[in-house]
Design a protein around this ligand. Structure first.
Ligand SMILES: Cc1cc2nc3c(=O)[nH]c(=O)nc-3n(C[C@H](O)[C@H](O)[C@H](O)COP(=O)(O)O)c2cc1C
Length: 252
């Protein structure tokens, strides 16, 4: 497990610090780029972007994500075809499948306890990963455990008040894994931008075909494909715009 190297939680945040300016520059200059130049993304740059992707916040630190960098020439050709031959895939320097895993929570809970940075592992942490996490995800054969969990939660909610719902179905777990993985995907795209490269997230691909190509099973879910590279002059197709904040932000 990578140690927390430089936690700068106390950064002062007046309106225009260099950090804020740098952050704005990265976020505001990120665009979905559909055409890239021939410039490659160096391996060490991509490795750093992936490292930053994996620093994304994630539920219980269970890290249910994977990144398949499709470098093999033949696989890449087939992957581009599976991306409906989109220019963003065809011209990309690197093509990456960002994958959510619904089956790793159990192994990762054990791995967290093995690799926990503090020794001994605090009892609270041990209990959390052996009991709470297990109760959150366990469904049992034919969801039998979920039925019991659902009944128990209704009772607890009525007697004790608010309680977080556990995951009852495969779809619940898939949503959980997808949410976490999408945050990592955004980190990856912003990291590429910070390194002077660009990206295009793609939902327009044939998922069954891509899963066959990458030999992924039923517990792997391709959240998005990301084409990455250096922005070509004609790489951005339109002016960026968003609806007004008032349409989406509710102060309640
Ligand atoms: C989940 C997701 C799927 C997307 N799929 C595609 C795609 O298949 N092809 C494409 O050209 N752009 C795709 N986009 C990019 C969006 O079209 C783009 O983000 C949006 O138009 C806003 O433009 P901007 O990213 O430049 O701000 C996708 C974006 C997301 C987040």
């Amino acid at each position: 497990m990578t140690p927390d190297t430089d936690n700068q939680a106390n950064i002062a945040t007046p309106d225009n610090t260099p950090q804020l300016q740098a952050f704005r520059a990265i976020v505001e200059s990120r665009r979905s780029v559909r055409r890239f130049t021939d410039t490659p993304i160096p391996d060490d740059v991509l490795a750093d972007c992936l490292r930053l992707a994996m620093l994304a916040p994630n539920s219980s630190n269970l890290q249910p994500w994977e990144f398949y960098v499709i470098d093999n020439a033949d696989s890449r050709k087939r992957a581009v075809k599976n991306c409906m031959n989109q220019n963003a895939a065809k011209t990309s320097a690197r093509l990456i499948a960002v994958v959510a895993r619904t089956d790793v929570w159990h192994d990762h809970a054990k791995q967290i306890l093995r690799e926990y940075p503090d020794t001994p592992v605090p009892k609270k942490v041990k209990d959390y990963y052996t009991k709470v996490v297990a109760m959150d995800f366990l469904r049992g054969p034919a969801n039998v455990v979920s039925v019991a969990k659902w009944s128990a939660i209704q009772v607890v909610r009525r007697i004790k008040g608010p309680i977080k719902s556990p995951y009852y179905t495969f779809e619940d777990t898939k949503n959980w894994a997808t949410n976490n993985t999408a945050l990592a995907a955004e980190n990856l795209m912003l990291a590429l931008r910070a390194h002077g490269f660009d990206s295009c997230p793609m939902g327009g691909f044939d998922e069954p075909a891509m899963k066959r190509l990458l030999k992924l099973g039923d517990d792997h879910h391709i959240v998005m494909m990301i084409g990455a590279g250096e922005r070509a002059d004609n790489g951005v197709y339109n002016t960026q715009f968003r609806f007004d904040q008032t349409q989406f932000v509710h102060y309640v």
